[in-house]
Design a protein around this ligand. Structure first.
Ligand SMILES: [Fe+2]
Ligand SMILES: [Fe+2]
Length: 239
């Protein structure tokens, strides 16, 4: 497995490792590093990927400097290497939505996490990330996303996942590929709130979507998120 790194917006880096066995054409596991006065890593990668991810992070930001570790929800690919990273990055702290801290992270993390309230902004110094709670979207009671306001980048985690190893970032429409991945994995929690939660993210009108699995997207993100929401509404109605 090889890990590649690409800057997808000003001082925002996508770290990507494609795992061949997960799906035909492979399946990428992506972490995003926001380089700021207080650098933030979104997703740690699974525990077994820690050597690859930590090395890729350290090429951009010394692990001593890493200040924040956050992720979309509690799952191995999002946060499996959390404690390995906390050990390697002595100044880092996990930040997660308050519900997630109460339910899981307060117990799982080796250092005391920092709970984030709904819509709370972390000022990273040069970058600003807003916490947006999205319970059960795409899955997990503790699910949340973050929005980096200076570059208008939405870190939407598993939303818009695609299989295969495409470019780091694309302007091509990804909604169809996301539907195919949903057909394959059925990973999304379909509830009456799913579509509405995704449409609320579309209202942010992000310039780009930093996507955990597959290519990131730049272009009409509001339109893409609304199309994704419509697709989930259709799936829910179909039963
Ligand atoms: Fe997930
Ligand atoms: Fe994931």
């Amino acid at each position: 497995m090889q890990t590649s790194t690409r800057e997808i917006a000003d001082r925002i880096y996508r770290i990507s490792t494609c795992v061949p066995d997960v799906a035909p054409g492979g399946f990428t596991f992506n972490q995003f590093l926001i380089d700021a006065d207080e650098p933030l890593l979104f997703h740690t990668g699974p525990r077994r990927m820690f050597p690859l991810v930590s090395e890729a992070v350290a090429r951009i930001v010394a692990l001593q400097r890493l200040r924040w570790i956050t992720f979309g929800h509690v799952e191995a690919d999002e946060c499996g290497a959390m404690n390995e990273l906390l050990a390697a990055a002595p100044n880092a702290q996990v930040a997660h939505d308050a519900l997630g801290v109460m339910v899981s992270i307060g117990d799982l993390a080796d250092r005391q996490p920092r709970p984030l309230g709904p819509d709370e902004v972390l000022d990273l110094g040069g970058k600003r990330v807003r916490n947006i709670d999205t319970p059960h979207v795409p899955h997990g009671w503790d699910a949340h996303v973050i929005h980096e306001e200076t570059t208008n980048t939405l870190f939407c985690g598993d939303l818009m996942s695609q299989v295969g190893e495409g470019p780091a970032i694309t302007t091509d429409d990804l909604v169809e590929a996301a539907g195919a991945a949903e057909d394959m994995f059925q990973a999304t929690c379909l509830t009456p709130q799913t579509g509405a939660t995704i449409r609320a993210l579309a209202d942010l009108a992000p310039a780009r979507l930093a996507i955990m699995h597959g290519s990131s997207f730049e272009g009409d993100c509001a339109g893409a998120l609304r199309a994704l929401a419509d697709d989930y509404d259709r799936r829910l109605a179909a039963g």
